[in-house]
Ligand binder design. Sequence first.
Ligand code: TNX
Length: 762
Amino acid sequence: MSARFLILCSLILTLFSCAEPQVKLLSPSIIPAPQSLQVNAGHFTINEETTLSNNDDFTASYNFLNNFLEHATDRTWKTEYSETNSIILEYDDSISSKEGYSIESNEHNITIKASTDAGAFYAVQSLLQLMPADHNNTTEIHIPAVTIKDEPRFKYRGMHLDVSRHMYDVDFIKKYINAMAMLKMNNFHWHLTDDQGWRIEIKKYPRLQEVAAYRDSTLLGHYNDTPHQYDGKKYGGFYTQEEVREVIAFAKARHINVIPEIEMPGHAQAAIAAYPELGCTGENVQVAMKWGVFEDIYCPSEETFTFLENVLDEVMELFPSKYIHIGGDEAPKTQWKTSDVAQQVIKENGLKDEHELQSYFIQRMEKYLNSKGRQIIGWDEILEGGLAPNATVMSWRGTNGAVEAAKARHDVIMTPTSHAYFDYYQSENDDEPLAIGGFLPLEKVYNFNPIPKELSDEEAIHVLGVQGNVWTEYMTTSEQVEYMAFPRMLAMSEVAWSVDENKNYDSFINRVEYFHKRLDAMDINYANHLYEIEGTLNEDQAYELSTKTIGKQIRFTTDGSEPDSSSTVYESPFPFTADMTLKAQVFDDDEPLGRLFTQELLYHKGVGATISINKEPHNSYPGSGASGLINGIKGSDSRYGDSEWLGFWGDDIEIEITFKEPVLISEIELRFYNAPGQWIYAPEEFSFYSRFESGVLVADKILFKNEFQSSLVDFKYEFGKYNKGYKSRNVKFIIPNYGIIPDGNQGAGNKAWTFIDEIIIK
Ligand code: TNX
C-alpha cells in the first residue's frame, strides 16, 4: 500500500468532502494498518433501507456486524441479498490466507470477501473502523469508497491478563476481549493461578475455592519501599466454571482462543496454602500477600502429579484451546535441594540436578497433556535442564530463549520484558500512577521487531507471533488495567498484524489520535501521552525538541518559568553552552495540551568529550549510546528504560573519557540504578584511573556494600586531594557487574543488570 496509505493517514483529522459537498467522510485510520488500502472517489451510505446479506454463512462475523448495526441505527435489519444498497458477506476461496479478507465499498454496496469466518470477521472490524466513532443516533452512516486487501503477518496475536494479583469481574474480562477483537488479536492468555490467589473453580478440590482464592492482606505501596506495609483486608474470589464457559463463548464469537495458564512448579503458594501436602515441607503456608518469587513450590511427588492432572482434566473440559500454558517460570529450587521426595525422584530418574528435575516435571505434564491431544506453552525457563519435546516457548527474559528454542525447531511466542510488559511505566512523568518499574513507551512497543536477528528465515518460521503481558501487581482496578494496556495494545496489534513496509510510527500516532474517540465510545480509560515532548542533544551539541502529532506548536522557556501562549515557539535546535532549566509545552493554537516538559541541562566538563565503552549496552536498553553518559542530561530518577540510562546484562564495564583539552577536575559523580525487584543492582565496587597532564597516573578503588535502599545510587567522588591544580587528560572507570543474583531475591540465579547514566565531571 504504503505511500498512498501513509499520506492519507497523515490527514486523519481532515474531513474531506466528495461528490456531495454536505457529506463529511472520515479519512480511513484503521489500526492495525491493513496490507493495502486504496481510497476511491465516492462513498456508500447506510440508510433505513440498507440490507445485510450473508450468502455464505459467516456466522460469527454476520452476528457481530448485525448486532453492531442494529445498535448503531436503532432498527431491525433485514437479511436479504440485494445488488444495491447492501452490505454483502461473500465466500471467496481465492483468498488463500485463512485470516485474510478484502473489502470493496462504492456508492452501490459494500462487499466483504473471505474464505473463512475469521477472515470475514476481520473485514467487519476494518469496516467498523471506516465509520465515524460517534455513529450512534444517526439515521445515515457514510463510508468512504475503498478497496482493502488484508491479511495478518503473524498467526499468534495475543494479550495476557493476570487475574491472580488482582481480580476483575467477568464484564471487564469481556470488555478486554472485545477490545482485542477490534484490534484483530486472536489469543487471550488468562493467567489464572499464582502465589497470591487461585482464580478458577476446580470442583474436585474445594479448598482451592475456600482457601487458595483468598489472601488475608495485600502489600501497600511499592515492593521496593521498605519496611513493607499491608492493608489488612481480605482479598480474592474466583471465576466459577459457568463464568469461565461464558468468557470462552464470548471470545469464540470474536475469533479469540482463550489459553488458560495453570502455573507449575513455582508460583504455586496459593495452592500449597490450600493443600500443604503438595509442597515439599508439609508446613502450612499462607496465600502470598506481597509480590515476588516464593520458595514454596510444588513437590514432585505422585500426589502432586495426580492433583495437577485432575486440575488439568477440569481445565481441558472447559477450554477447547489446543494450547494449555503451564507456567514453568521462576521456580526456586531451594526446597527441592533438601527434600527427600525430590532427591528420590532425581535418583530414580537418573537426573543430574534440580534443573533437570524441573525439566522432568514439565515433560511429565507435557506427556499427560499431549496424551489428551493438547500442547503446552511454558515461559522460557522451561528450556533449563532440557526442553519438553513438543513445547512452545514464551520468551520473556529477553529473546535468547526464543533463539535457542527456534533453533531447536520449537515454536516460540515473543513477549520480552523490554517490549511487551505493559506493567512498566509508559511515561517519564513523575505523576504517573504507581507501576512495577521499567519504562516501555508506546513507540518502543511499536518498534518491536519480533524476529530476533540471530534466526535464519527458516528458523524464523517458528516465531508464531507476539503478545502483550499485563501483570497486575500494581493494578488494583480495571480502570488501571485499561490505563496500562491502552494505547500500548494498539501498538502491539500493529506489530502482530502489519508487515514492516506498512508500519510507520508517525502515521500510527495520528491514527491513535483519532482512535481516542473510539476508545471514548467504548468507555476505555486509555493513557494519553501523545502530546508529550521529547528532548535530545544532537551531534552538534544543540538541543532539539519534538512532539509526535502533527499541526501543533511547541513553546518553551529556558529560565525556569512556565511557558504560555506568548512564549517563544520552538523552530530549530538551540546551542547548549551553559546550565539551563528548560520548560516546554505543546500548544494547539492558544490551548496547552498534554503535560509540561521540564529538563535540567547540566553543562559539566565531560560534555563534548570523547567516550568509549568496552561493551555495547544490551540492545533492549541502549539509552542514547555511550555519548549519552556525558551529554549533560541525567537519566530519570524512576525510569531506567528511558533514553539516558544504559543497561548492561552481566557485563563488566570499562569506560574511558578523553577530554579535548586537559581539564582541572574537582569532583566526579557516577549514577547507578538499583532495583533488585527488576534484577538491577548497583555494583559493589568500581575503580577509576586518571592520567595527569604530567603523565602521572592516579588510581583508586571504591568499595560499597550493596545495601542500597533507594532506586538511585548517586555516588560523588572528591578528586581534589589528588590533583591540586594538575589537569587530567582522561578518566577511566572499571565497573564490575554485581554478579549472580543471590537466592531469596527476585531473579535468583540469573545475572544481574548494571544501569548507569551521566558521569558528571566538575
Ligand atoms: C515476572 S513474566 C513474572 C511475573 C511477574 C512479572 C512482573 C513471568 C513469567 N513471571 O510473575 O508478575 O515479572 O513484571
